[in-house]
Ligand binder design. Structure first.
Ligand SMILES: C[S@@+](CC[C@H](N)C(=O)[O-])C[C@H]1O[C@@H](n2cnc3c(N)ncnc32)[C@H](O)[C@@H]1O
Length: 205
């Protein structure tokens, strides 16, 4: 079994975080706390240890929740947390963004993407969680790709919940979403001394 580096409780779940998997932070809680009660077929991209996917699945036993992550350790970690919390309506698969679900559509899609510009990467030895943090020259690689493909994966009336940060340029994300035909709401913003994070809700009228 993989070694667990930390454990925490969230909404009645006991969650372990394996070495090499993103340990939930404020951005993770922001996404999970606003999405745990959504009903339907739910997709989470970049699920990490599964905090949002599993919170939703445990609260809504009739939902079907699919969590994807490019990191195979994250997939194992989320499966472990599902099994230890006796959650049977969530499944986890390794995938680069939407690549394993080419023909499926969902009622809600959640994503807390990597969003730091490469220039924030410290010099020296790479960390096993780098893939959870950095997203190209301007921090927008994952966000832009997600937005350009989102419409192909949402059911009519479906909604997306996307975490963004001042590092990714939130107005630019809103502008791109609108140019792709999405309406948007800022569900909640939180300010820290080094950045502001926001949860965006995107939908088509
Ligand atoms: C900021 S972490 C969020 C993890 C978790 N959802 C949370 O909120 O704690 C970003 C996650 O996206 C995953 N990821 C990075 N690139 C990806 C890609 N191309 N496709 C799918 N997942 C990816 C990382 O492995 C990481 O688990």
């Amino acid at each position: 079994m993989e070694s667990s580096v930390s454990q925490f409780n969230f909404l009645g779940l006991k969650l372990d975080v394996f070495r090499g998997v993103y340990a939930p932070q404020e951005d993770s809680i922001l996404l999970a706390k606003h999405t745990h009660s959504i009903c339907g077929n739910i997709l989470e991209l970049g699920t990490g240890c599964g905090i949002s996917a599993l919170s939703n699945a445990s609260r809504n036993p009739k939902n079907y929740v699919l969590g994807l992550d490019i990191n195979p350790k994250a997939v194992k970690n989320a499966e472990y947390n599902a099994s230890h919390n006796k959650i049977r309506n969530a499944r986890f698969i390794q995938s680069d963004l939407f690549s394993v679900v080419p023909t499926l559509r969902f009622d809600a899609i959640l994503f807390n993407p990597p969003y730091l510009p490469e220039s924030h990467r410290p010099q020296g030895k790479p960390s096993p969680v780098d893939a959870a943090l950095y997203s190209g020259r301007d921090g927008r690689l994952h966000t832009d790709s997600f937005l350009h493909h989102l419409d192909d994966y949402l059911l009519p009336g479906g909604k997306a919940f996307l975490v963004q940060s001042t590092h990714t340029d939130i107005p630019r994300t809103l502008e791109l979403s609108h140019s792709l035909g999405f309406s948007s709401e800022i569900v909640e913003e939180q300010s820290f001394f080094f950045e502001k994070i926001a949860l965006l809700k995107l939908f088509k009228e």
